[in-house]
Design a protein around this ligand. Structure first.
Ligand SMILES: *[C@@H]1O[C@H](CO)[C@@H](O)[C@H](O)[C@H]1NC(C)=O
Ligand SMILES: *[C@@H]1O[C@H](CO)[C@@H](O)[C@H](O)[C@H]1NC(C)=O
Ligand SMILES: *[C@@H]1O[C@H](CO)[C@@H](O)[C@H](O)[C@H]1NC(C)=O
Length: 395
């Protein structure tokens, strides 16, 4: 017992030293982070209306320290990628959900989260959940915040605050495919109406006008995530019954085609909107890399430190192995890859949560989010371009 305890203490001391080395060289930090998107980054907006897309039930949030492990509406076991990116960039606290009644007054000076599970670029996306906030509505809400900032800071200071001290992230598009175009039943009519080229053009056209609207409201440092390899999520793998080391073709092909046009769109906006800094987070390649080599990851210094802080709750063994699986979710049920039934109180849950890339049939675990966030903040141009977020903030 005594040796075990001493060993743990020594390990924690070592890790603290490592953490200081990692974070100590931060020169500039971001004041506010404004988060737009879907369930990948929702911090609890869906708690405030009736919808079939919800995550405010256990065991979601079980590793979220700020709530003591209580569910918050986040669709993962701990922090979302947006939470972690804010942390890495020196944001104070996490951007609170726009719809939370106490997101008022000076609270908004740290940023606000508008993201909503089930939401998409198109208004109709996610209608199977009955309610959700699509990107148009998220931008309406941001316009409200924008006017509140004018009142809090005065017009010219508010503008400066938007342009220089704030970062904007948009993580959206997966639902436009998964919960619209690719829906087995509901989208048959939609699909008959639109071939993939037309559908993707429609998405890009709509997204262009939405990003311009964000710019019009004085956003300048804007990071846009592309669509991940949605053919590799446990839900799609289960639905289509592919082999463990395979992904479903069509969803990934659609994502790749859309992502190519998104890259061009951001380049176009960078050329045409003075002072606009649109950064592409290449989540597709990043996630695919981890999914194809799960054992290699979960081992980088930063991720290991974070995971080891949960040492007393979880096992050391899992960490030193890297991710154990990228096919099965930690929490979920049904079918070959436990990919049909979302995570909830009656789900089966894995023991070593940090050893799973996926928390549930759709969403990454906190351990995976830590890894992805680190690459987007400090990584090279393969994963974030034309610059990483550390550089973007320092502009
Ligand atoms: C707002 O309320 C939530 C839920 O009660 C609480 O967890 C959070 O800390 C509050 N935020 C602020 C800024 O007071
Ligand atoms: C989508 O919703 C927004 C915000 O409610 C609205 O302004 C817009 O007209 C809608 N677009 C379509 C095509 O329904
Ligand atoms: C923001 O809201 C104001 C007032 O409702 C409106 O006049 C303006 O057009 C909106 N701006 C954008 C970019 O949505």
């Amino acid at each position: 017992m005594a040796t075990g305890l001493a060993w743990v203490t020594l390990l924690l001391l070592l890790l603290c030293a490592m953490a200081t080395g990692d974070e100590g060289d931060q020169e500039t930090s971001v004041s506010a982070s404004f988060v737009f998107g879907d369930s990948l980054v929702d911090a609890g907006n869906n708690n405030y209306f009736n919808t079939l897309s919800k995550a405010d039930m256990a065991p979601n949030g079980i590793d979220f320290a700020a709530s003591g492990g209580e569910p918050t509406g986040r669709y993962t076991n701990g922090r979302t990628i947006a939470d972690i990116i804010g942390e890495l960039l020196g944001q104070k606290g996490y951007s609170p959900p726009f719809l939370a009644p106490n997101t008022t007054g000076s609270v908004i000076l740290n940023g606000v989260n508008y993201a909503s599970g089930g939401g998409g670029i198109l208004n109709g996306t996610g209608r199977i959940f009955v309610n959700r906030l699509g990107l148009d509505i998220q931008l309406d809400y941001f316009n409200t915040t924008r006017q509140q900032l004018d009142e809090l800071l005065g017009k010219s200071q508010a503008k400066e605050f938007m342009m220089k001290k704030s970062i904007f992230s948009v993580t959206i598009g997966s639902n436009d495919f998964l919960n619209n175009y690719l829906l087995p039943v509901l989208s048959a009519r939609e699909r008959a109406r639109l071939n993939p080229d037309d559908f993707i053009n429609e998405l890009i056209t709509k997204f262009r006008s939405q990003l311009i609207r964000l710019y019009t409201l004085d956003a300048r440092k804007i990071v846009v995530a592309n669509v991940g390899p949605i053919g590799c999520i446990p839900y799609q793998k289960t639905l289509n019954g592919v082999k463990e080391n395979e992904c479903v073709g069509l969803p990934n092909e659609l994502a790749v085609q859309y992502n190519g046009q998104l890259r061009d769109l951001l380049a176009e906006l960078n050329d045409n909107l003075p002072g606009g800094q649109f950064v592409l987070a290449n989540v597709y390649d990043l996630v695919l890399e981890v999914l194809t080599n799960p054992g290699k990851y979960g081992k980088n210094r930063f991720a290991r430190f974070e995971i080891l802080l949960n040492l007393l709750q979880q096992t050391v063994k899992a960490i030193n192995q890297g991710f154990k699986t990228s096919s099965y979710p930690c929490c979920g049920d049904g079918g070959q890859y436990q990919g049909y039934i979302p995570c909830g109180p009656t789900s089966s849950m894995c023991d070593d949560r940090s050893a799973y890339v996926f928390w549930d049939p759709y969403h990454p675990s906190e351990a995976a989010n830590l890894l992805f966030a680190k690459y987007i903040v400090d990584g090279g141009t393969k994963y974030v371009s034309p610059m990483n977020l550390r550089q973007l903030v320092q502009l």
